[in-house]
Design a protein. Structure first.
Length: 550
């Protein structure tokens, strides 16, 4: 009996082994059927099981193997775990890079609240992260950090679209707030790298408003912080207790970098000194111009243009000026800015003459010198960039230094009139930012005297039209310009009249309106003898025109 049981036991063992393999590769079969199926051989059905359904050998499902291959692929693509950063010097360099970026934003972006607050919070966050670098963050803390990040994102959306916080660099403020919030969870080296790249984005945003060589100091400081972070982190990984670099290799590396950089600077062609194109950071829109409607009452200052600008300047009306800031301007040079231009004076109001009122060109958002043509007249000192950031909603007059070489405005179209003034298709909303590249004319007296004979008289005589300037005002102009030739001595005549106005009249914003029936220019010259800028400019222009100087 023992001999008869031995082979049976062997078969049971073999069946169990095959049963175990089947549990790995296919559906499990009951042990009672293992012997019969084994006797039938692989791929055959046992005769005693013929006619039964579902009792044959089952194949392994294909999707199981595919899922295992996909899981193995995901394990290969997964980044290895980043080590905890134990170097205090490396963390100090990362914090210093954030400080450099905040200082650049404060100086060039004129943002003085968020940068110091964000940096102070980041200092506390870095100290906390270094002290708790080996401890696991609680779920409550992770939820709090996530909530603060969502609040920062909400601030960015509301400030960019609605300008409810002043729309002062919302992108830069968002990045600074994110760096400050995430500074409490900088445990690994990869976390610190992420913080460094965000500070690099801040340096880039500051570069949008920086058009001078002094900004290179901030770039060098940031690169030094990055190199210091790399060195400190690797020294800690190698087991060095402090931050000590070998002097000779460092000196050789710096010398080699200077030599290679100088050689490349000498060999490579240098770009043009003029800016290649302006940059803008506000979100573009799809605004376009519609049809222009003519004003029903031309003498009343209603905005009839889609941009919201006025069609005239009436010297009998003047709004009260407040102390609220309407825009910030970053410019590379002092220059004369232009907004609205009017060429005809009638009954106390400046208006645009009818031929010029309907002459304009429409361009796409980016207008360069290829589309504008040559706008520079006479000697030029170079080109410079202005970046304008609107703080309060105002009419869509695109203020810029004249003459304009190229313009970028965040809309689908912009319009230029006959005088070279530009307009947006709608009023400027708070948060709008646009950039302009302008020529810088040479306004020195020697250059202006040379240009005097080159100024032709307008064919239609518009710029010699003194309007309804009174006889006594014309006589006063003649006395001011006695001895000056209006053809050969235009510059000296203009300067002489300007000096007389500065000496004999006082500038003030507190100017009452002219009485009914009295021309504002006559009231300014002979009665009040004080006024604001429009009074001085109008009197000078009309008096010069009356003496044949356009």
């Amino acid at each position: 009996m023992a001999g008869a049981l031995a082979p049976a036991a062997g078969r049971r063992v073999g069946g169990a082994a095959r049963d175990g393999r089947d549990r790995l590769h296919g559906p499990t079969r009951r042990p009672g059927r293992a012997g019969a199926e084994a006797a039938a051989g692989p791929g055959r059905r046992c005769p005693c099981l013929a006619g039964r359904v579902g009792t044959g050998p089952r194949r392994r499902p294909l999707h199981a193997g595919r899922s295992r291959l996909a899981a193995a692929g995901m394990r290969r693509l997964r980044l290895p775990a980043s080590p905890v950063e134990d170097s205090g010097h490396a963390r100090a360099f990362a914090l210093a890079a954030f400080g450099v970026a905040c200082l650049a934003i404060a100086l060039y972006g004129q943002s003085y609240l968020v940068p110091p607050v964000a940096f102070a919070v980041a200092v506390a966050g870095h100290r906390f992260s270094y002290a708790w670098r080996r401890r696991k963050r609680s779920r409550l803390m992770q939820a709090a950090l996530a909530g603060l990040m969502f609040l920062a994102l909400a601030y960015f959306v509301f400030d960019s679209v609605l300008g409810i916080f002043g729309a002062n660099l919302p992108q830069a403020n968002l990045v600074m707030l994110l760096v400050a919030v995430t500074s409490f969870d900088l445990t690994t080296r990869r976390n610190l790298y992420s913080s460094l790249w965000m500070t690099l984005a801040l340096v880039y945003l500051a570069a949008v408003f920086a058009w001078d060589l002094q900004f290179g100091v901030f770039v060098v400081l940031w690169v030094a912080c990055l190199l210091g972070f790399w060195a400190a982190s690797n020294l800690r990984r190698l087991g060095s207790p402090g931050f000590e670099l070998p002097r000779r290799p460092v000196a050789l590396a710096l010398a080699a970098g200077l030599v290679v950089g100088g050689g490349l600077f000498w060999l490579l062609p240098q770009p043009s000194a003029s800016p290649s194109g302006p940059l803008v950071i506000s979100l573009p829109s799809n605004l376009q111009f519609g049809g222009l409607e003519q004003p029903a009452v031309p003498l009343v200052q209603f905005a009839t243009d889609p941009s919201g600008k006025s069609d005239n300047v009436d010297l009998r009306f003047r709004g009260r000026l407040g102390d609220q800031i309407v825009m910030y301007v970053r410019t590379g040079a002092p220059a004369y800015w232009r907004g609205l231009t009017f060429d005809r004076y009638r009954n106390g109001s400046w208006v645009v003459s009818q031929p010029a009122a309907f002459r304009f060109r429409t361009f796409h958002a980016y207008v360069d010198s290829h589309e504008l043509g040559s706008t520079a007249v006479g000697p030029q000192l170079g080109d410079f960039v202005q970046t304008v950031r609107i703080v309060r909603s105002i009419p869509g007059v695109i203020y810029a230094a004249a003459p304009v070489e190229s313009l970028y405005y965040p809309a689908a179209e912009v319009r230029e009139d006959q005088f070279g003034d530009f307009y947006a298709p709608a009023p400027h909303k708070a948060g709008t930012t646009y950039s302009v590249v302008s020529h810088l004319p040479d306004y020195r007296p020697a250059s202006l005297r040379v240009l005097t004979p080159e100024l032709p008289d307008p064919v239609d005589g518009t710029y010699k039209d003194a309007g309804n300037l009174s006889l006594r005002a014309r006589q006063l102009a003649r006395s001011y310009l006695d001895g000056f030739d209006p053809l050969s001595g235009r510059y000296d005549a203009v300067i002489a009249l300007a000096k007389h106005l500065q000496a004999d009249y006082r500038y003030t914003l507190a100017t009452p309106p002219a009485p009914a029936g009295v021309d504002p220019v006559d009231y300014f010259l002979f009665d009040a003898k004080y006024g604001y800028c429009e009074m001085f400019a109008t009197a000078a222009a009309l008096m010069l025109r009356s003496q044949g100087i356009p």
